[in-house]
Design a protein around this ligand. Sequence first.
Ligand code: NAD
Length: 274
Amino acid sequence: MEQKSLAGKVAFITGAARGQGRSHAVELARRGARILAMDICEDVDSVPYSLASRSDLDQTVAEVEAVGGEIVAVQGDVRETADVAAAVDKCVEAFGVPDIVIANAGVNLQRGSEPDAQVAFMDTIMINLVGVWNTVHAIAPLMVERDQGGSIVLISSTNGLSGRGGDGSGAVTGYTASKHGVVGIMRSFMNWLAPYGIRVNSIHPAGVPTPMVAHPEMQAWFAGNPNAQWMGNAMPVAMLDPLDISRAVLYLVEESGRNITGVTLPVDAGFTGK
Ligand SMILES: NC(=O)c1ccc[n+]([C@@H]2O[C@H](COP(=O)([O-])OP(=O)(O)OC[C@H]3O[C@@H](n4cnc5c(N)ncnc54)[C@H](O)[C@@H]3O)[C@@H](O)[C@H]2O)c1
């Protein structure tokens, strides 16, 4: 019998149609949280792999329901404040103000050959940085007004703590800048929200074998980048499992994290410490 440590809690998760976001949705639901899952469910021109589809989001719904969870799924783009507001409204209507926010939606445009560096840089910043800000900026005031605390987790990357792998491309620079920027959002919001008992932390995963990295253009980037040989983890762990990241999310949002805020938590098999 699973312990329902998050019974009565509401979690708002972006990028939840597949990959790590789906894992977070299922693991939080397993512990009793009700889930608002938001995902773009369509492709973005500059991204060299397919983003999630509506059927991926439906699969998240099925997996959450299979563990006995309640979920509302909303298609929307984190770059669009109107989309985020509509998803937040749906969440409040169905379940109430979120107790937990997991800002997880992101893209990585690394590829063998880049058609337009500035577009790659800007699109990455818009989704990975502005999208995170749009999400927490829409929800945090509601959490403050409700005055019952909460936990916000921003999914950054080892690229949010290190510039390793930099090659001058718009994609890699944009990814690294956006993921460092997420730390700035986390630290700034942490100071604003701490007096209200709302905690804000960031998680920094090393490579996880999701569709973001398991595609031919990423392999072409590795093949063409002389720095790629330095990209391995310190531990003999080639890739992390999405569940590794979900467990870190749980550590931060559950009772275990009740006095933890403002922390950049690597889940990276030693990558950042090398
Ligand atoms: N996979 C890795 O190696 C790795 C490593 C470190 C950090 N991360 C970060 O983890 C997070 C989750 O990535 P993942 O590995 O699960 O990849 P993924 O591509 O499987 O999942 C990302 C999800 O975000 C959604 N998304 C993308 N743009 C969006 C937008 N504008 N609005 C709403 N949803 C959008 C996608 O449709 C997809 O479902 C990302 O922030 C990523 O940068 C990934």
